[in-house]
Design a protein around this ligand. Structure first.
Ligand SMILES: NC(=O)c1ccc[n+]([C@@H]2O[C@H](COP(=O)([O-])OP(=O)(O)OC[C@H]3O[C@@H](n4cnc5c(N)ncnc54)[C@H](O)[C@@H]3O)[C@@H](O)[C@H]2O)c1
Length: 393
């Protein structure tokens, strides 16, 4: 090949780098995965929409505690599926031959639904946060091990190419030894009450911002640095906004129902000599509670926060390094992925179920995420730093 040909290939290679990342997969549709939906509220819609795009899924059943809710939910989709009044009623019906369930219930019932399904030999896609307490997370891990089934936690930002890039940068060694991480995020006004109070009452949510959006920011950085074990935590939480009737001009009565945190902060020591400085807000008198920063001995990475924190990257990241005595800043362009992250979360779960491969977002990692959340709550209530002890599971 002449020089011109080689030049052309080089130019094509360079142009290729600017293309959107496209993933094409061939799915074997001959074996259908029989799916049940537990909890037919807000997020169940996203699950069903994504399942309907998959050629190898049959949604055969659904359950909700509220009478008629599951039926009305599927009426909107123009679908007829068998409906039940609880997860147990549905999972007890062996005629359904369920392969998998999506647990789309509020946080307080995550553990009982996931454990019940695993004990019935059914694979589980469990919405985030994993659950409310560390004890529940341990019980889920035990049930998983006994069942040998797949359970994956619903963190769709994991599927984002930009999130993968953060991990790649850390793993490339460009940061050297990571010793300090600042993470979290916040919303000026963003307590999630568009569909009622299930995010703010203790009996349904159990935890507030710390679990809802805090779990995302913890996952972003912990996944990047290989999920080191948390050792100690000094945590703080407050509820200055959610408890104000004027926060909800149309529903001042919500203020009395607000029983969780709307802000949390913590200083966490991780195995391997890393410290993690964390803060998260559903509401605050500030635009952002700060960017995510990963500091290392050879370089540092700044990941801009977003206005309405939901686990995504807010803009170009910057890599700070010292090159031959010169302080440099490298911009890492945003990568436009192909397709929805939610569809990818559903697909990766189905692939794990069908191929018997490991969970895309495994509980072996997310138990540490939950341990930090649990530690923040306990330390905040105790008013001092505490040790995090994770029982063998
Ligand atoms: N991944 C995401 O992007 C995302 C977005 C929103 C919410 N979520 C998570 O999804 C979960 C649900 O949130 P939501 O907004 O859909 O809540 P929701 O309150 O709208 O719906 C939950 C439903 O679960 C039902 N339910 C509770 N326990 C049940 C049980 N044992 N059996 C059958 N039904 C039961 C309730 O009756 C309710 O209808 C939360 O944990 C939340 O953190 C994830």
């Amino acid at each position: 090949m002449g020089w011109k040909g080689r030049e052309k290939i080089m130019a094509d290679n360079i142009l290729d780098r600017f293309k959107e990342v496209k993933e094409e997969k061939v799915v074997d549709a001959s074996k259908k995965v029989r799916v049940g939906i537990i909890g037919t509220g807000w997020i169940a819609e996203a699950h069903v929409e994504s399942y309907l795009k998959q050629p190898d899924v049959e949604i055969v059943a659904a359950a909700d505690l509220v009478e008629g809710k599951a039926e009305a939910f599927f009426d909107k989709f123009g679908m007829k599926v068998k409906c039940y009044r609880s997860h147990a009623e549905m999972l007890d019906d062996e005629s359904l031959k369920l392969d998998a369930v999506s647990v789309c219930t509020y946080n307080r019932t995550h553990a009982e639904c996931a454990i019940y399904a695993l004990k019935k030999g059914v694979n589980v896609l469990l919405e985030k946060p994993m659950c409310v307490t560390l004890d529940e997370a341990v019980a889920i891990r035990k049930a998983e091990k006994e069942s040998g089934k797949v359970i994956s936690i619903g963190f769709q930002p994991r599927m984002d190419e930009n999130m993968k890039m953060i991990k790649k940068i850390v793993e490339s060694g460009k940061l050297g030894k990571v010793y300090y991480i600042q993470t979290g995020g916040g919303r000026r006004r963003g307590i999630p009450t568009p569909y009622g109070t299930s995010f703010i009452e203790d009996k349904t949510a159990g935890i507030g911002a710390v679990g809802d959006i805090g779990s995302y920011s913890l996952d972003m950085v912990l996944n990047a640095v290989g999920y080191p074990k948390p050792l100690t935590v000094s945590g703080y939480k407050s509820n200055f906004f959610g408890t104000r009737p004027d926060y909800y001009p149309e529903h001042p009565e919500y203020a009395k129902k607000f029983e969780v945190d709307d802000f949390a902060a913590a200083f966490v020591r991780l195995e391997g000599g890393i410290v993690l400085d964390f803060r998260i807000a559903w509401a605050m008198n500030l635009d952002t509670s700060g960017d995510t920063i990963i500091m290392g001995t050879e370089g540092s990475l700044r990941i801009p926060s977003t206005e309405c924190w939901n686990g995504s990257v807010g803009g170009e990241m910057t890599l700070y390094q010292d090159v031959c005595g010169q302080q440099t800043e490298t911009k890492i362009p945003i990568i436009k992925g192909d397709g929805s992250l939610f569809d990818k979360k559903i697909r990766s779960f189905l692939d794990a179920v069908k191929n018997g491969t490991g969970a895309p977002v495994p509980t072996s990692q997310i138990i540490y995420n939950q341990a930090i959340i649990d530690g923040i709550v306990k330390s905040a209530e105790a008013g001092h730093e505490i040790e995090i002890t994770i029982p063998e599971c």
